[in-house]
Design a binder for this molecule. Structure first.
Ligand code: NFE
Length: 503
C-alpha cells in the first residue's frame, strides 16, 4: 500500500514522503521536494558582491551559513587574506545562528513527536506560561474543532513520554527555548545586523567593528544560551533518549558521511577547524575533494545533464519530466550516497581525532544513555549530535570573543577581479554546504550551491541509489501505516529544509 506522509509539518518548505508499506514495514520511500526556486539562474549576470546577500534569501533559518559559504567562495576567487578579527566575527555570527537553530529544531520541530502535551491538563501549579497552555488546550479540546490546539494537537498514534512531570517540564522549556533563540539571534545581530538577513557579513570579514561594548553584550547573551543548553536542553534530550531507547536502532542511513568542517581557527577557510572536514566511509576519513562531487538528475525535474561536477552545474527546470519525482537534485560523493548534518559532523571529527572535546562528549553522553558511538547513525544519534555541537560551539564562541582585538581591522580591502572562480564550504546547522562562484567580466557567470538537504533529501541517483533520508526510512517498522509516527520521527531527525534543498 502506498501512503503519502506529506505535506510534512514542523519542517521548512514543502516535502512529501511517499512510502510503500507491506506487512507493517516501509519497503520503499521517495522524498519529494515540491517547490522550485532557481537562485542559481537569477544570480547569473549580477555583481559578485551581491552573492552573499542574495543567497541568504535561500533560507530564513540558516541564512548566515549561506552568507559565510558565499564569502569563503569569493575570498578564494578574489585571493583575499582576511584579518583575524574578520574571521572571528564570521565565526561569532555563524556560531550563534547554530545555537538558535539547534534549540528550534529540538523544541519546536521535534519534541512534540515525543512529549505528551495532554499531560498539561493535570498541571496544578501557578507558572503563568503553563497555566496559559493548560487553559488553552482545555478550551480547544472542548471546542469541538476538527483540529483543536494545533500545532500541539492532534497527535499521531503512538507511544509518548509517560511521566507527567517530564512532559510538563518539556512544555515549559518549549516556551523558554523561544526566548533563548531570540537571545542567540540578538547575539548574531550585534555583529551581523538584524536577523535573518545580515548585511554585515562580507567576503573579507565583517563591516561591524570589534568594539568592547559589543563584545561584552555578545558574551552575556551567549552565556545565557549556554546555561540553557546545559541546564535544560541536554537533560531534556537525555530524558527523551531514555524514554525511547529503540530509536538508537531506528532511522540509520545506509551510506557514508560527509562534513565540510565548521569554523576555521586560522586565517583561511581551509585552516584547522573547530569541527573537521572529511568524508567517512567504513570508519575511514579522507580529505574532502570538491571535484569528487557530482549531481544526478535522472529523477529530478530538470532537463540539465546528469552527473555534472559542481563547477559545471546547470539548472533547466522541466516540471513534466517523465519518471522525475522531486525538485531536489541528487548529489553524490565519489558516486556514493552520503548523509550530511550533525551526525556526520560529529562522526567525521570523532574518527579523525580532530577535537578532543568532541570525542570526550561523544563518550560522555553515549555512556549516560548506554550506547556505542556507532549508534549515532540513528534518530536519537542525530538529536544527540546537535546537542554535542551546541555544547562545543557555545564554549568556542566565548573563547573566540577573547581573541578579538578591539580597534584592529575587521575587513580586508576588496578588489573584485574581472574573472576568477572559488569554492566556499562550511557546515550549516543541517550539514555540509558548498557554494561555487565563477566570475567573467566582473559579473557572476555561474553560481552553484550544493546544500545540506539536497544531500539528505535527495531522490534516487542515476544508479538507483536512494538518498540518505530515503535509505533511513526503508526497512522501518510502522505500527499504524496510515500515520507512521516512526517515519515522521526519522524525517524530523534530519531536520529537512526544502527551501534550501531546492534553492
Ligand atoms: Ni534552510 Fe540550510 C541549513 C543550508 S539546509 S536550513 O542548516 O544550507 O539544506
Amino acid at each position: 500500500m502506498k501512503i503519502d506522509l506529506g505535506p510534512v509539518s514542523r519542517i521548512e518548505g514543502h516535502l512529501n514522503v511517499r512510502t510503500t508499506v507491506e506487512n507493517g514495514t516501509v519497503i520503499d520511500a521517495q522524498c519529494m521536494g515540491e517547490m522550485f526556486r532557481g537562485f542559481e539562474v537569477f544570480l547569473k549576470g549580477r555583481d559578485p558582491l551581491d552573492a552573499q546577500q542574495i543567497t541568504q534569501r535561500i533560507c530564513g533559518v540558516c541564512p548566515y551559513a549561506h552568507a559565510i559559504a558565499s564569502s569563503y567562495a569569493q575570498e578564494n576567487a578574489y585571493g583575499l587574506r582576511v584579518p583575524p578579527n574578520g574571521r572571528i566575527l564570521h565565526n561569532l555570527i555563524q556560531g550563534a545562528n547554530h545555537l538558535y537553530d539547534y534549540l528550534l529544531q529540538f523544541y519546536q520541530l521535534s519534541a512534540l513527536d515525543f512529549v505528551d502535551v495532554t499531560a498539561i491538563l493535570k498541571y496544578q501549579g501557578a507558572d503563568p506560561d503553563l497555566v496559559k497552555i493548560r487553559n488553552w488546550v482545555k478550551a480547544e479540546l472542548a471546542s469541538g474543532k476538527p483540529y483543536p490546539a494545533a500545532p500541539f494537537l492532534p497527535r499521531l498514534s503512538g507511544r509518548y513520554i509517560a511521566n507527567a512531570e517530564i512532559n510538563i517540564g518539556a512544555l515549559k522549556h518549549y516556551v523558554e527555548a523561544m526566548e533563548l533563540q531570540k537571545k542567540a539571534n540578538s547575539a548574531s545581530a550585534i555583529f551581523g545586523g538584524k536577523f535573518p538577513h545580515a548585511t554585515a557579513i562580507f567576503p573579507g570579514g565583517c563591516t561591524q567593528d570589534a568594539r568592547i561594548d559589543l563584545i561584552t553584550n555578545y558574551q552575556a547573551l551567549i552565556q545565557e544560551v549556554r546555561n540553557f543548553i546545559h541546564s535544560k536542553y541536554i537533560p531534556d534530550l537525555i530524558a527523551v533518549a531514555q524514554a525511547f531507547p529503540e530509536y538508537w536502532n531506528i532511522g540509520a542511513s545506509k551510506g557514508g558521511f560527509l562534513s565540510f568542517g565548521l569554523m576555521p581557527m586560522g586565517p583561511t577557510p581551509e585552516s584547522k577547524k573547530l569541527f573537521a572536514a572529511g568524508a567517512l566511509f567504513n570508519g575511514q576519513v579522507t580529505p574532502v575533494n570538491f571535484e569528487l562531487i557530482t549531481e544526478d538528475t535522472k529523477y529530478s525535474k530538470y532537463s540539465s545533464p546528469s552527473g555534472l561536477k559542481v563547477r559545471d552545474g546547470q539548472l533547466t527546470p522541466n516540471p513534466r519530466k517523465a519518471g522525475a519525482y522531486s525538485w531536489i537534485k541528487a548529489p553524490r560523493y565519489m558516486g556514493k550516497m552520503v548523509e550530511v548534518g550533525p551526525a556526520a559532523r560529529v562522526l567525521v571529527d570523532y574518527y579523525q581525532g580532530n577535537n578532543p572535546k568532541v570525542k570526550a562528549l561523544v563518550k560522555k553522553y553515549a555512556g549516560i544513555v548506554g550506547i556505542a558511538p556507532a549508534k549515532i547513525n540513528s534518530v536519537l544519534g542525530r538529536h544527540l549530535c546537535r546537542a554535542i555541537s551546541a555544547v562545543v560551539i557555545a564554549d568556542f564562541l566565548l573563547d573566540e570573543t577573547e581573541r578579538l582585538s578591539p580597534g584592529e581591522p575587521t575587513m580586508a580591502e576588496i578588489k573584485v577581479p574581472s574573472s576568477g572562480e572559488g569554492f566556499g564550504a562550511t557546515e550549516a546547522s543541517r550539514g555540509a554546504l558548498l557554494h561555487y562562484i565563477r566570475i567573467e567580466n566582473h559579473k557572476i557567470d555561474r553560481y552553484e550551491c550544493v546544500v545540506p538537504t539536497t544531500w539528505n533529501g535527495s531522490p534516487r541517483d542515476d544508479k538507483g541509489q536512494p538518498g540518505a533520508m530515503e535509505s533511513a526510512l526503508i526497512g522501518t517498522k510502522v505500527k499504524t501505516p496510515e500515520e507512521q509516527i516512526e517515519s515522521l520521527r526519522i524525517v524530523h531527525s534530519f531536520d529537512p529544509c526544502i527551501a534550501c534543498a531546492v534553492h
